[in-house]
Design a protein around this ligand. Structure first.
Ligand SMILES: CCCCCCCC/C=C\CCCCCCC/C=C/C(=O)SCCNC(=O)CCNC(=O)[C@H](O)C(C)(C)COP(=O)(O)OP(=O)(O)OC[C@H]1O[C@@H](n2cnc3c(N)ncnc32)[C@H](O)[C@@H]1OP(=O)(O)O
Ligand SMILES: Cc1cc2nc3c(=O)[nH]c(=O)nc-3n(C[C@H](O)[C@H](O)[C@H](O)COP(=O)(O)OP(=O)(O)OC[C@H]3O[C@@H](n4cnc5c(N)ncnc54)[C@H](O)[C@@H]3O)c2cc1C
Length: 666
């Protein structure tokens, strides 16, 4: 995307055998999406107000104030330029700094939209849209995060005054973690146990004002602050994850979000026909966005590692000629190219998940709740799968860059630090896999009942065939047949689920059985989710994809993604009898050959992400490949090099050296 200067990767770019500009459009999702993204990326990169190369040198206070400044400036630009919602979302993406606005737009607003009544939406959304109030999503407590039903904060209805009294009865009931809460939010959607007439009606959301709109001071009964520094410097420390306690704080009755359950003026609790699980709806929405974010974070790390692998040379010089580019080592390819393929795979499954979420939302509006369990299982499972893979991949990319990958200027340490909490927030990844496993066990248990599995479990309707089929691959080329690959993944997923179901049936207490077998159940859930990713990649290839060689590249990447999973999880495929050792070996042979096909296109495939150098924030990943002079120059900019002799020399170094001198003389 960058222009000017000498292009050290020009030769690499010439090797590619496909139309990169068309691939950029496939990656972006549409020509329109590409144009928006490209325009906003350039806007951010060219504005010094969005500089981010000094983040690691700032103290927490400076860092946080800097984030407030950027967020305010971004809002001003959104207004001045009259950006659309799509453009504003891209602006946030390219600014590339976690901020309270993520929670305001990403959770507070969706919570009111999803769980508020029409009347509540009309009252609160205009204020939130104009940012006249700023909100956060206050669910997790010091004592409970995963177990939402275990939350302790109470909201007790007082019929005398027509109010709820929000209270934190114990230390462990303190809200703990909500982003944007610590120092910024004026309001929260706070989750609390609804108590009416002494009866506990479970956890519900309440809009609570936390701070004065005049002077930002906490309102009476509210204790609020930041929970402290998190992993890494910079990284997620731009966010004010907070602690919050309520001391009998009163709010009007109409501030309980009442789409799912209503409390009347008389204190009657009325359940609407909307399922209770809709209270968890905001999490479903965000999990879906996290899958697309995974492809962004992964593609960013892969772009850095791929470009640097083409620049870096070690060993293999022939007759004084250049040494081997590390990207030409087969080991480097076998570590890097599956990650490149995963970035594309997650992109396409993210697109599909967005469609699924939009579809379920439309159905919910029409009071059709039938696809809610499917949406929950898919968002939970894919969030878990893609974030775990991405976190591991960023670290692998750091290692692929050797020593220089460990420098902050490689961009990888900060990317890792900022990304890894995605494995925990919006649901711990293991806890989410177990939700998928519950869904799978339910589906398997209904197989004989005549109820046809649909959506992501539709393959289970062919259980009879999949339980006994034998893989037909006999030659290396057979592993390039989508049907052969898909059937192997379907058979493996089904057989693992059925094995779990059979083992569960041996327990008289199903919950005990579920707990005992939970590790196997999580693996079955992973197999099911991997099948979804593979099948959505295959479906993508059935679309009309213009551009010379573009579809061909995507086909190669699809098989790299599938066959590397097959290789990595050979144990599953072999132990369930889905493939033979000979077929596993043929698949691996095919995989090696695919790596050779990716090699000449690798740089162009990462160029297709269309990332600016500003967004990448990496000396190693520079578009022009001019790595060494930049690394060298950057080192001198470190504050430690401001003086030749370091501060502390006279106090701490000189006396030690003198001591050695005296000892030597003795
Ligand atoms: C101006 C600029 C513009 C910028 C725009 C910016 C846009 C930004 C966009 C996005 C940015 C996002 C930023 C993200 C930052 C992340 C911050 C992090 C936030 C958080 O972490 S919030 C807290 C998240 N917490 C969790 O995820 C908790 C995990 N736990 C749970 O989800 C649940 O408690 C549970 C599912 C594990 C268990 O619940 P429970 O005990 O009640 O349930 P079960 O008994 O197991 O199941 C009951 C029943 O319900 C079904 N179920 C469960 N969950 C759901 C669901 N979510 N939806 C539907 N159904 C659900 C479950 O399957 C059971 O069904 P059956 O009875 O078996 O049929
Ligand atoms: C950066 C960040 C931002 C966050 N932002 C917000 C926010 O804005 N709002 C908000 O409300 N919350 C937020 N959270 C909180 C987050 O949602 C929770 O931390 C998350 O849901 C995990 O819950 P936990 O901390 O209780 O983990 P725990 O459940 O205590 O997990 C600890 C371990 O126990 C295991 N475990 C737990 N239960 C089970 C089980 N049933 N079976 C098997 N293993 C289990 C887990 O796998 C994990 O290994 C944020 C967290 C982070 C890190």
């Amino acid at each position: 995307m960058e222009g000017g200067g000498v292009d050290h990767l020009a030769e690499e770019r010439q090797k590619s055998r496909f139309d990169v500009d068309e691939m950029k459009i496939v990656w972006a999702g549409s020509r329109h999406a590409f144009e928006v993204s490209d325009r906003v990326a350039r806007l951010v990169a060219s504005d010094p107000a969005f500089r981010k190369d000094n983040r690691n040198l700032l103290s927490r206070k400076e860092l946080f104030k800097n984030t407030l400044r950027k967020a305010a400036y971004a809002w001003k630009r959104i207004m001045e330029l009259r950006l659309t919602e799509e453009e504003a979302a891209k602006l946030r993406f390219f600014i590339d700094e976690p901020a309270y606005t993520d929670l305001h737009w990403g959770m507070f607003v969706p919570a009111i939209k999803g769980q508020g009544t029409e009347e509540q939406q009309q009252k609160w959304l205009p204020l939130a849209y104009k940012m006249q109030i700023i909100g956060c999503y206050a669910q997790t407590e010091l004592g409970h995060g995963s177990n939402v039903q275990g939350l302790e904060t109470t909201a007790t209805f007082d019929p005398q005054t027509d109010e709820f009294i929000i209270n934190s009865p114990t230390l462990t009931s303190s809200k703990w973690w909500p982003g944007g809460l610590g120092k910024v939010s004026t309001h929260a959607v706070a989750y609390a146990r609804l108590i009416v007439n002494g009866q506990d009606h479970g956890v519900h959301g309440f809009i609570v004002q936390l701070r004065s709109l005049d002077d930002h001071m906490p309102l009476p009964g509210i204790t609020v602050g930041d929970i402290g520094m998190k992993f890494g410097s910079g990284a997620y420390n731009t966010m004010d994850n907070g602690v919050l306690r309520f001391d009998h704080v009163r709010i009007p009755r109409n501030q309980m979000l009442m789409r799912v359950l209503q409390v009347t003026r008389e204190g009657k609790v009325v359940q609407s026909d909307v399922p209770r699980q809709l209270i968890y709806g905001t999490m479903v929405y965000v999990r879906q966005t996290i899958v697309s974010d995974a492809s962004s974070a992964l593609s960013r790390a892969v772009c850095i590692a791929t470009r640097y692998s083409a620049v870096r040379r070690q060993f293999g010089s022939q007759k004084g000629g250049p040494e081997t580019q590390v990207i030409d080592y087969k080991t480097q390819q076998s570590r890097l190219f599956p990650l490149l393929a995963s970035a594309y795979a997650f992109r396409f499954v993210g697109e599909w998940l967005k469609w699924l979420y939009t579809d379920v939302t439309q159905r919910l509006q029409a009071n059709d709740f039938s696809t809610l369990p499917e949406a929950h299982a898919c968002t939970a499972g894919l969030k878990s799968l893609t974030t775990s893979a991405t976190a591991d991949a960023i670290e692998e990319c750091r290692k692929l860059c050797g020593g220089h990958g460990y420098l902050t200027s490689s961009g990888l340490p900060e990317l890792f630090a900022v990304y890894i909490p995605a494995c925990t927030y919006e649901g711990d990844n293991t806890v989410l896999l177990l939700q998928v496993a519950r869904f799978l066990m339910k589906t398997v248990s209904q197989l004989g009942s005549g109820k046809q599995p649909v959506g992501s479990t539709a393959y289970m309707s062919r259980a009879e065939h999949l339980m006994q089929c034998r893989c037909s691959a006999q030659r290396v080329e057979d592993w390039l047949k989508p049907d052969v690959v898909l059937e192997a993944f379907e058979a493996r997923a089904l057989r693992m689920s059925v094995a779990c179901a059979q083992n569960l049936s041996k327990f008289s207490n199903p919950e005990e059985g579920f707990a005992e077998l939970s590790a196997d159940l999580a693996e079955a859930a992973i197999a099911h989710c991997q099948l979804i990713v593979v099948s959505k990649f295959v479906e993508k290839l059935q679309q009309d994809i213009p551009g010379q060689g573009v579809k061909q590249q995507l086909q190669t990447l699809c098989f790299v993604y599938s066959l590397h999973l097959l290789h990595k999880h050979q144990g599953d495929f072999l132990s369930t009898g889905c493939i033979t050792p000979k077929q596993a070996s043929l698949a691996n042979e095919q995989l090696r050959s695919l790596y050779s096909q990716v090699r000449p296109n690798a740089i162009a495939l990462v160029d297709a992400f269309n990332y600016t150098d500003h967004y990448l924030g990496s000396v190693l990943g520079r578009y022009d490949g001019n790595v060494y002079p930049t690394l060298y120059e950057d080192a001198w900019k470190d504050p430690l090099n401001d003086s030749v002799v370091p501060d502390g020399y006279h106090e701490y170094l000189r006396p030690v050296l003198k001591q050695q001198l005296r000892n030597a003389r003795l």
